[in-house]
Design a protein around this ligand. Structure first.
Ligand SMILES: CC(C)(COP(=O)(O)OP(=O)(O)OC[C@H]1O[C@@H](n2cnc3c(N)ncnc32)[C@H](O)[C@@H]1OP(=O)(O)O)[C@@H](O)C(=O)NCCC(=O)NCCS
Length: 151
């Protein structure tokens, strides 16, 4: 059965956090992963009430099977001196394994982009997990200048 899509509300806090725990586990042991998981609870509580963030759920027969998140950033250094210093940011893309490779991730991503477009945003950034690079490239994302070094 194809999923339906809707905006998450504060009532969805538990299932959103649960899916993000699954995402953190799947992306593997990383420095600080435990602290990150501990902070998800509050991060999602804030996200679900912020007018500058949306979390979109994919739902099949009443069960959430995936999510995507879009934030409006106001302080990205690339854009801070432009007339419109805002930038979209996509994060927390996750589809439960049984529902992958059926276009659910693409639909979630497009809905996040639509939400940002609807706020007048003309750019979107994200940081891809290495294994998801192909997924984002297929949807038109390109490397753009950012470089990274641990200090
Ligand atoms: C990335 C993800 C959201 C895509 O969801 P999806 O519903 O499978 O996406 P679609 O069906 O629209 O697209 C399928 C594409 O996803 C990618 N994909 C498939 N399995 C994947 C996996 N386990 N991890 C990452 N990407 C995957 C492939 O590029 C695939 O394209 P291909 O068939 O040309 O190889 C989903 O695979 C997932 O939740 N992965 C684990 C978490 C993750 O990596 N999230 C992104 C963090 S930046």
């Amino acid at each position: 059965m194809p999923p339906s899509f809707r905006f998450a509300t504060p009532e969805d806090h538990e299932v959103v956090v649960q899916m993000l725990h699954e995402l953190v586990i799947e992306l593997g042991p990383a420095e600080g992963a435990d602290r990150l998981r501990a902070r998800l609870d509050e991060d999602i509580r804030l996200a679900l009430t912020s007018p500058n963030i949306c979390i979109i759920l994919a739902v099949v027969e009443g069960e959430a099977v995936g999510l995507g998140r879009a934030d409006v950033l106001f302080a990205d250094p690339i854009f801070r001196l432009r007339d419109d210093n805002r930038c979209g940011y996509i994060d927390q893309m996750y589809v439960r394994p049984a529902y992958r490779n059926q276009g659910v991730g693409r639909d979630l991503l497009e809905r996040c982009e639509d939400w940002l477009r609807g706020r007048g945003l003309g750019h979107v950034l994200l940081h891809a997990a290495p294994r998801a690079v192909h997924f984002y490239e297929r949807e038109g994302y390109l490397p753009n200048r950012e470089m990274f070094k641990r200090l």
